[in-house]
Ligand binder design. Structure first.
Ligand code: 5AD
Ligand code: SF4
Length: 445
């Protein structure tokens, strides 16, 4: 979501005369769009700010200026504290207020400005739409935020505090945004939300639409051939959403469904409100509906009170379910969350040891999944030129990067590829004859 938000910040600043640059040395304004989810991400902000302060001082010595803004969830969580820790910062803006950036920048010329409100107006109504050229530069695969915030209050997580209560966008505006993206050449949309499958937004018929209903509508937007969504909570995997996986060819057979732990005791302490058996049953139902679906998940090791037996239950669940791709983290106590107050915090060394044991299983699964693609013919959405001349790169339905020898004219379309080789992170293949590719493209749309 930070990638999406950063793009929208660039969009809101474009009419002010700002253009994006990837080099801070080159910039009049640097916006750090920050993450507060774990301590490490949060700490990084202050080391970056230290570097930017030096850049700002060097600029000043040359008689020039540099404005520094801190956006995102660290801005939301720490507010004025950021200005106290780093005086070079001009502006602090939370994730719900960044549509006010142009006005804030003008105010910041007279002294530091903070906005960490959850305003009543919808920020999306105040954001300039990117130009078709900008959309094309960003590529054929785009993010689209449909829902923000979270009411789940998992006891380890800062999101309900930094992103606020769950809010779904109006489905009609989402459809309009998707159509705008598609007209500019976008072929794949990933719907975003902290609790995306909790989406319920006003639809074209005035009724409250579920995520499944929204996806079904977006699948009919001309040009959109692939749809994805993340991140979901297991308890919000509604029947119609599971059914959609069986019925909609545009909905990719790849689902990110965090489980966090395989121990019922720890799941309860985490306030996840489901058991390990509930998760297993849910996976069975999803696989029964869409047998070729691949799964991805998030795991946390070393939550307070996690015993060796609890951790082994996590290993067992990981082994049993089998994941194509996973994210795994050491528990990081976050200020203001119930988990941080619990006794029985697990020593760092133990967390590291458990993480390594879990990683061994999950990385072997990732490898096996990638290797299982070799010898198969899969659809690839081509996104950009490849690493070497004459190559193009795209993504499999399972988000694996795929490289082939092929013409740049295929960028923006789906073609069938015979996979011949895999490395840790990529697949390598050969285009199926042009005729085959056309046939497959027809199927995909
Ligand atoms: N410590 C470690 N991992 C966390 N996550 C969220 N909060 C924490 C925390 N305090 C992980 C969860 C979540 C993912 C986005 O980040 O696994 O699904
Ligand atoms: Fe955080 Fe996800 Fe739990 Fe919401 S559902 S509190 S975002 S981990």
């Amino acid at each position: 979501m930070n990638v999406y938000d950063a793009a929208r910040m660039a969009d809101v600043l474009a009419p002010e005369g700002f253009a994006e640059t990837s080099d801070a040395e080159d910039a009049d304004l640097v916006v750090l769009n920050t993450c507060h989810i774990r301590e490490k991400a949060s700490d990084k902000v202050f080391s970056e700010l230290g570097k930017l302060r030096m850049l700002k001082e060097a600029r000043r010595a040359e008689g020039k200026t540099l404005q520094i803004a801190v956006a995102g969830c660290v801005a939301q969580a720490e507010g004025a504290e950021i200005l106290r820790k780093q005086r070079a910062v001009d502006l602090v803006v939370g994730p719900q207020s960044y549509h006010r950036l142009p006005e804030m920048l003008r105010q910041a010329e007279h002294g530091p400005v903070i906005d960490t409100e959850f305003p009543v107006e919808d920020k999306f109504d105040h954001l300039a739409q990117p130009s078709a050229e900008k959309i094309r530069q960003r590529g054929v695969s785009a993010f689209l935020t449909v829902q923000e915030g979270c009411d789940k209050f998992c006891s380890f997580c800062v999101v309900p505090y930094t992103r606020g209560a769950e809010i779904s966008r109006d489905a009609r505006k989402i459809v309009a945004e998707a159509e705008h993206l598609a007209r500019a050449g976008v072929r794949e949309i990933t719907l975003l939300g902290q609790n995306v499958n909790g989406f319920h937004g006003a639809g074209e018929d005035g009724a409250d639409w579920s995520l499944a209903r929204l996806i079904e509508r977006l699948a009919r937007v001309e040009g959109i051939v692939r749809l994805r969504y993340m991140t979901s909570h297991p308890n919000d995997m509604a029947d119609d959403l599971i059914r959609a996986h069986g019925e909609l060819p545009a909905l990719m057979p790849f689902l990110h469904l965090p489980v966090q732990s395989g121990s019922d005791r720890i799941l309860a302490a985490m306030n996840r409100r489901h058991s390990a058996a509930d998760y297993r049953r849910l996976i069975e139902r999803i696989r029964a509906t869409r047998p070729d679906i691949a799964l991805s998940s998030d795991f946390i090791v070393g939550f307070p009170g996690e015993t060796e037996a609890d951790f082994e239950a996590t290993l067992a669940l990981a082994r049993e379910v089998g994941f194509a791709s996973t994210f795994y983290f050491k528990y990081s106590p976050r200020p203001g969350t119930p988990g941080a107050e619990l006794d029985d915090q697990i020593p760092e060394a133990e967390k590291s040891e458990r993480l390594a044991r879990l990683a061994e299983i999950l990385e072997a699964q990732r490898h096996d999944f990638n290797a299982s693609m070799v010898g198969r013919t899969i659809d690839v959405l081509f996104e950009k030129p490849g690493r070497h001349a004459g190559q193009i790169a795209g993504k499999s339905p399972y988000l694996q990067p795929v490289q082939v020898d092929g013409p740049a004219s295929l960028i923006g379309s789906v073609a069938a590829v015979d996979i011949v080789e895999c490395s840790t992170n990529s697949l390598f293949g050969r285009l199926v004859s042009a005729k085959g590719a056309d046939r497959r493209r027809g199927e995909a749309s």
